[in-house]
Design a protein around this ligand. Structure first.
Ligand code: R1P
Ligand code: URA
Length: 372
């Protein structure tokens, strides 16, 4: 995997102030560009974190692509909505944030990694874990939920890493992504990598395996996301970043005792009948039909099933975010439908994608050698 550090820097001791200067100038420039002074400014308590991170990191945070003639080309977060430009204010209602009430560039301008997952507790635990892994100031136990004003989603920030919950299913993650992507856009973030860290049902693989998605497919095993817009069905591509998936897979080789593979992930609209389960309140098919369906899915390359990956891939792809889906499997659906893992095992399984992603982020930040 390519390091984000320039080759000449990799073996050197990090420059203490480079990242600090970089982020401060970036935040100042972004703040100046804000048209109006925000009414209330979120208490930005991350300057100390930035300091510590910069000490450990000492360089630019991300892997820029080099444009012809040696210019550095940054990858912006795009919104594809001509109406947004003309809006005086944008209220991100479900996140309890807004362009007039919050200084979004100052709060989020340095975000480089966004990790999302269904459960608020998991995303809080991930933020606390990243806090420790990045060796930021304090123990991270008192980390604040930036979206505490709403109980729809939660959001935590640790250095350049944002951890956000999205609830269950396509409609829930879709609403969160609309507002998150606008947030990254208003904050003028660039070169952002977004990763869904979730749980799933495996097909033909051992429970506890981690699946890195190469392609998200729908219930017909097709790489597409169909969205009803007005009264039309609009089909969008569910391509994910192949290079990122491979980088993550290479990173996983360094983590012992966690079987990890790359495969297709099937995204459904339901946990029970929609995933061929026989144990829902309704079941309209036989055991044989269920197994036939899951085996056909396996032959089509599907290795796990969850409920958000297609819309996640479609929206992130359209908006210029490098995106990946990394889910642990809780059971083998060819064997059973019920999830009967003990609390401890469930917790340990859920930590597997987190461990992989934290290693990946540390590598991207050039922190691994200095910290391990
Ligand atoms: O583990 P998370 O991220 O919640 O995702 C999976 O778990 C939920 C079902 O239990 C669905 O949302 C599915 O996609
Ligand atoms: O079987 C499973 C397990 C977790 N999440 C799902 O969507 N399905």
């Amino acid at each position: 995997m390519a390091s984000i550090l320039p080759a000449s820097n990799r073996s050197m001791r990090p420059d203490k102030n480079t990242y600090e200067r970089y982020t401060q100038t970036q935040a100042q420039a972004q703040t100046r560009k804000l048209k109006r002074k925000p009414r209330s400014v979120w208490r930005w308590r991350h300057s100390a974190e930035r300091c510590l991170l910069s000490r450990a990191c000492g360089t630019r945070l991300l892997k820029h692509t080099v444009a012809p003639r040696g210019r550095i080309r940054k990858r912006s977060v795009y919104v594809k909505n001509p109406y947004l430009e003309g809006m005086d204010e944008d209220i991100l209602y479900h996140l309890d944030l807004g362009t007039k009430t919050h200084n979004l560039p100052a709060m989020f301008g340095d975000v480089k990694f966004v990790c999302v997952g269904g459960s608020p507790n998991r995303m809080k635990a991930f933020a606390q874990f990243m806090h420790k892994e990045l060796r930021l100031e304090g123990d991270g136990e008192d980390i604040e939920d930036i979206c505490a004003g709403t109980d729809r989603y939660c959001m935590f920030k640790t250095g350049p890493v944002l951890s956000v919950s999205h609830g269950m299913g396509i409609p829930s993650i879709s609403i969160m992504l609309h507002e998150l992507i606008k947030l990254l856009h208003h904050a003028r973030c660039c070169d952002v990598t977004i990763i869904r860290i979730g749980t799933s049902g495996g097909i033909g693989i051992a429970p506890g395996s981690v699946v890195i998605t190469d392609t998200a497919v729908d219930s017909f095993f097709k790489p597409r996301f169909e969205q009803v817009i007005l009264d039309n069905v609009v089909t969008r591509s569910t391509e994910l970043d192949k290079e990122l998936a491979n980088d993550l897979f290479n990173c996983s080789r360094e983590i012992p005792n966690v079987p990890t593979l790359i495969g297709h992930t099937m995204c459904t609209y339901d946990f029970y009948e929609g995933q061929g389960r026989l144990d829902g309140a309704l079941c309209s098919f036989s055991r044989e039909k269920k197994l036939d369906y899951l085996k056909r899915a396996y032959r089509a390359g599907v290795r796990n099933i969850e409920m958000e990956s297609t819309v996640f891939a479609a929206m992130c792809g359209l908006c210029g975010l490098r995106a990946a889906v990394v889910c642990v499997t809780l059971l083998d659906r060819l064997e059973s439908d019920q999830i009967n893992l003990s609390h401890d095992v469930l917790l340990e399984y859920q930590q597997r994608p987190q461990l992989l992603i934290s290693n990946f982020i540390k590598k991207q930040l050039g922190l691994c050698d200095q910290m391990s």
